[in-house]
Design a protein around this ligand. Structure first.
Ligand code: HEC
Length: 115
């Protein structure tokens, strides 16, 4: 009986511990910029959101500094990027007017959605 209880407690501890490790790993996971994304970003975002970009834009998102962002920040910014591109907020309309090639296709917006 005593052994049975001990085994039970031990199993429970293992379960709790592995659950803890898994959730810690999930928190650690940021968002990598894939090849597809980097092509879109270079074409449509980097003019403002990079080291050579403009003040306000690169303060909010600087894709050249992406690796240095925490995993949590990457996840939040990736969500914001999708929000912006899906509602047509980014790239700004005034920018697309001057650089029509910067407009995103539905397939490209889909890539941000799956990021
Ligand atoms: C012409 C310059 C320009 C381009 C090109 C541009 N942005 Fe921006 N972006 C800005 C500026 C300026 C801000 C800060 C002011 C604001 O939030 O509207 C900003 C803000 C943002 C924000 C933060 C919004 C918030 O509420 O915090 C995100 C996310 C973003 N841009 C994503 C993108 C993505 C993704 C692209 C490319 C598809 C892009 N931007 C292209 C100028 C630009």
């Amino acid at each position: 009986m005593k052994n049975f209880l001990l085994t039970g407690v031990f199993t429970l501890l293992i379960c709790l511990f592995s659950g803890f490790i898994i959730s810690a790993q999930q928190q650690e996971k940021g968002k990598a910029i894939t090849k597809d994304l980097s092509q879109i970003i270079n074409r449509s975002c980097a003019a403002c959101h990079s080291d050579k970009g403009s003040g306000m834009a690169k303060m909010k998102v600087n894709f050249d500094k992406w690796q240095g962002y925490s995993a949590g920040k990457q996840v939040k910014l990736a969500q914001k990027c999708y929000q912006e591109v899906s509602k047509g907020g980014m790239p700004p309309k005034s920018f697309i007017k001057n650089y029509p090639g910067a407009a995103l296709s539905p397939a490209e917006i889909e890539i941000f959605r799956n990021w």
